[in-house]
Design a protein around this ligand. Structure first.
Ligand code: DQA
Length: 146
């Protein structure tokens, strides 16, 4: 199976962001956790990060090469209809991930304009959320296949 993990804006700066909210790991450390898990489970993973809305959309447009996509759209979650539209056209499972629990933070973070186009959303499990998202997609694909 082939997966793409997309990290959105400011996630490349995790070490400089509040650790009480986003955890202690840098993005590279999170990516290493993801890669290690994928290697153990015989999964090919491409991991990308962008601070630009259009670039994230371009990554989503590459969906045909993958079985599933995990995306943390960062703050775009709350207002990017363009990323929402791109997720809508993707015909493989997409799971939206947030390191923090967006429902127990500021009001503006409670709304995702992307989640309704996704298979599921996972929020508040720190970096484990990425692994949970991969497992959820694999489960969904295997369920459909059996
Ligand atoms: C985030 C939550 C967003 O509200 C925020 O803008 C981020 C990170 C998270 O992973 O918890 O940049 O997506």
């Amino acid at each position: 199976m082939r997966f793409m993990v997309i990290h959105g804006p400011n996630l490349n700066m995790l070490k400089s962001r509040p650790q009480s909210i986003y955890g202690q790991r840098s993005l590279e450390e999170i990516n290493n956790e993801i890669r290690t898990w994928c290697m153990k489970n015989n999964i090919h993973v491409d991991i990308v990060q962008s601070n630009c809305e259009g670039e994230i959309i371009d990554y989503l447009h590459k969906f045909q090469s993958y079985n599933g996509i995990v995306i943390n759209p960062g703050a775009y979650t709350h207002y990017s209809y363009a990323i929402g539209d791109a997720v809508e056209l993707v015909n493989i499972p997409v799971v939206e991930v947030h390191l923090s629990d967006i429902y127990s933070r500021e009001d503006f973070r409670r709304k995702s304009v992307i989640a309704s186009h996704c298979y599921r959303q996972i929020s508040g499990f720190g970096f484990h959320g990425y692994i949970l998202a991969l497992q959820a997609i694999i489960h969904k694909i295997e369920e459909v296949d059996s």
